[in-house]
Design a protein around this ligand. Structure first.
Ligand code: 5GP
Length: 195
């Protein structure tokens, strides 16, 4: 991505990632609601919309052919298959346009995507969203315990690997309270927390 032209405001790209079930989506939704001055990137995905999700707001819901086209034409800043199922990716154009306009940009993406952005844009800031404790993540991951012991063990094994990625990040924000975590995040982005 291009550096800003001389004299242009220097907006920063921030990447928020972290383990499954840590609450990245909830924090991103809180940023959307309370900090409209942040450009929250709208990802493209091949997953079907859930009830209440709006095309172009929560995601750009696309079919496989369209996703292939976005990748083939170089329109994606990064993309990944998440949870071994659907593809998710960040369209590069709107991110570049917002940065050019001096608007701070936030990407809420998975760890594979964060690593790709690190390769492409090492100057971005990488924020790891961490659970308050392993026990709490375990509770959020296995929820009501309706899954089989094998599935439960698979999720926990994935979470252990994901937590180990923390050291790759510039800074950690602990998600013990959503609005506090959001405020910490926007402070790191150079914004003043809302009162
Ligand atoms: P969900 O399907 O629950 O909305 O999201 C599932 C996962 O996809 C989350 O971990 C989220 O961070 C990740 N994700 C959402 N958008 C993107 C994206 O554009 N790129 C990548 N790599 N991951 C994404």
């Amino acid at each position: 991505m291009r550096p800003p032209a001389d004299g242009a405001p220097r907006a920063r790209l921030t990447v928020l990632a972290g383990p499954t079930a840590v609450g990245k989506g909830t924090v991103a939704a809180d940023v959307r609601r309370r900090y409209p001055q942040v450009h929250l990137s709208v990802s493209a995905t091949t997953r079907p919309p859930r009830p209440g999700e709006v095309d172009g707001v929560h995601y750009h819901f696309v079919d496989d052919a369209r996703f292939d086209e976005l990748v083939a034409t170089g329109a994606m800043l990064e993309w990944a298959v998440v949870h071994g199922r659907h593809r998710y990716g960040t369209p590069a154009g709107p991110v570049q346009a917002a940065l050019d306009a001096g608007t701070p940009v936030l990407l809420e993406i998975d760890l594979q995507g964060a690593r790709q952005v690190r390769e492409a844009l090492p100057d971005a800031r990488f924020v790891f969203l961490a659970p308050p404790s392993w026990q709490e993540l375990e509770r959020r991951l296995v929820g009501r315990g309706t899954e089989s012991p094998a599935e439960r063990e698979r999720r926990l094994a994935t979470a252990r690997v994901e937590l180990a990625a923390e050291e790759e990040f510039d800074v950690t924000v602990v998600n013990d309270d959503v609005s506090r975590a959001t405020d910490d995040l926007v402070l790191l982005m150079g914004l003043r927390p809302a009162v």
